[in-house]
Design a protein around this ligand. Structure first.
Ligand code: ADP
Length: 181
């Protein structure tokens, strides 16, 4: 399963994958961080299509075309704002990954790239957010043949190293299970 996961550093708007995921806000009308970068790179038609969607609740996902992006589609998902952890944040963040991946399956998307949802302006602790991302993605891939490839795009060393560590841990655990069988 972990062979279907890539971890890269860089700008998600440059990736020529079938779909990039946007860490959007619930209006879907653009914002700062990765959301702003995606809207700038996609051009004004993206916000026009987003306007027709009528927003998106936290944890859910919506899909649009990618317009001027190299990616064909944008999957917009709304992560939780971190508020100390007692307000269902973990479950909402897990839903972002599950719902984005489910939408990808529905549309026949083979390659998808995620930013580290909620870890910027929304303030989710990086260690916890990346653990949820890896756990949910591995679980989803174990039960679905697509997407063939999931890329985690890291903006900065802290996120990159967190993903590397978690994926290595997951690989060790699977290896141990295989050996004991
Ligand atoms: P949120 O509001 O969900 O926290 P942000 O856009 O503020 O969303 O941040 C989410 C993550 O995306 C952060 O780790 C941030 O560093 C990263 N990020 C910001 N710009 C880009 C980009 N162009 N490509 C990939 N990741 C990005």
């Amino acid at each position: 399963m972990s062979g279907r996961i890539n971890i890269v550093q860089g700008d998600i708007t440059k990736l020529a994958v079938d779909a990039i995921v946007n860490a959007a806000n619930s209006s879907l009308l653009g914002g700062g961080g990765v959301d702003g970068a995606i809207h700038r790179a996609a051009g004004p038609q993206l916000v026009e299509e987003c306007r027709t969607l009528g927003g998106c609740p936290t944890g859910e996902a919506r899909i649009t075309r990618g317009y001027r992006l190299p990616a064909q589609y944008v999957i917009h998902t709304v992560g939780p704002v971190w508020d100390g952890g007692a307000y269902g944040e973990a479950n909402l963040l897990a839903n972002c990954y599950r719902n984005s991946l489910a939408l990808a399956v529905e549309r026949g998307i083979q390659t998808i790239a995620f930013p580290a949802i909620s870890t910027g302006i929304f303030g989710y602790p990086i260690a916890d957010a990346t653990r949820i991302a890896i756990r949910e993605t591995l679980h989803f891939l174990a039960n679905h043949e697509t997407p063939a490839q999931v890329t985690f795009v890291c903006f900065g060393d802290e996120v990159y190293h967190a993903y590397q560590r978690l994926l290595a841990e997951a690989e060790r655990e699977t290896g141990e299970k295989d050996e004991s069988m």
